[in-house]
Design a binder for this molecule. Structure first.
Ligand code: DC
Length: 237
């Protein structure tokens, strides 16, 4: 774990990992808001890469083309009026990256070494000074193994599928509950069985199960841990 005096001038590095649909994005946004920290949605970054690869017509199996593409890919996150906007090589892709099709493609391209390396470097730069909540799959294990606080947020696949289904229906997508639960399970499998940086809980992460808990309850658990860590850090400085 990071010690005080780790060079993070602006606050803690908080890692929030877990499978899709566990509530990470909502909790990350609220947690970052309450602490006055920056929210870094690393899943959105992988989604933005998938979107660009698709637009460029690059086959994910074409290793050389993917490597070339990753050499100067530029993904940026900007918060405006409470909305996180995602820019991929300057293009606003916020609304393009959330379709079920893009979710499946993202899970696939997130297995590729050059893509992970490019995102790793970019995420480390973004979080280097601290004062950040990063949500993803490998933040506590690979991106910031010395994060000051690590959470692993989970929920049953059925509950996560149901939440995702309601989100998609609210956006007007034509999906069924059964297909959405199946897609969640398939992404879990792909994300946790890949060779590079698979989804897995860090040994020193705090497990939080959001099944049957309200967002407020989950947020309270996390805020208590973070505030305690901030106080300890201040006392030892
Ligand atoms: O959190 P999300 O559903 O937006 O993530 C989209 C995909 O990106 C998901 O299938 C896993 C992958 N991902 C990853 O491999 N590593 C991360 N740090 C974040 C997301």
């Amino acid at each position: 774990m990071a010690s005080p005096g780790n060079g993070r001038a602006d606050g803690l590095v908080i890692a929030l990992d877990g499978p899709s649909g566990a509530g990470k994005s909502t909790v990350t946004k609220l947690l970052a808001g309450r602490l006055g920290y920056l929210q870094i949605d690393t899943g959105a970054m992988y989604r933005a890469v998938a979107c660009l690869l698709q637009q460029a017509g690059i086959d994910p199996d074409d290793t050389e083309a993917v490597e070339r593409f990753c050499r100067d890919v530029d993904i940026r996150l900007e918060q405006a009026d409470g909305v996180l906007r995602v820019f991929a090589n300057g293009q606003d892709v916020t609304d393009l990256i959330r379709t079920p099709e893009m979710s499946q493609l993202t899970s696939r391209i997130a297995t590729l070494g050059p893509v992970r390396e490019a995102m790793l470097q970019s995420q480390r730069r973004m979080g280097a000074r601290g004062g950040v909540v990063l949500e993803g799959r490998d933040i506590g294990t690979v991106v910031f193994p010395d994060a000051d606080v690590k959470f692993f947020l989970s929920a049953s696949a059925e509950e996560r599928g149901r939440r995702r289904y309601l989100e998609l229906v609210a956006k007007g997508e034509q999906v069924t509950l059964e297909d959405t639960v199946r897609a969640v399970i398939s992404r879990d499998r792909q994300d946790s069985q890949r060779d590079l940086a698979p989804l897995r809980m860090a040994g020193d992460a705090i497990a939080v199960d959001s099944s049957g808990r309200s967002i407020q309850e989950v947020l309270d658990i996390m805020l208590t841990v973070c505030r305690k860590t901030i106080t300890q850090r201040e006392l030892s400085q």
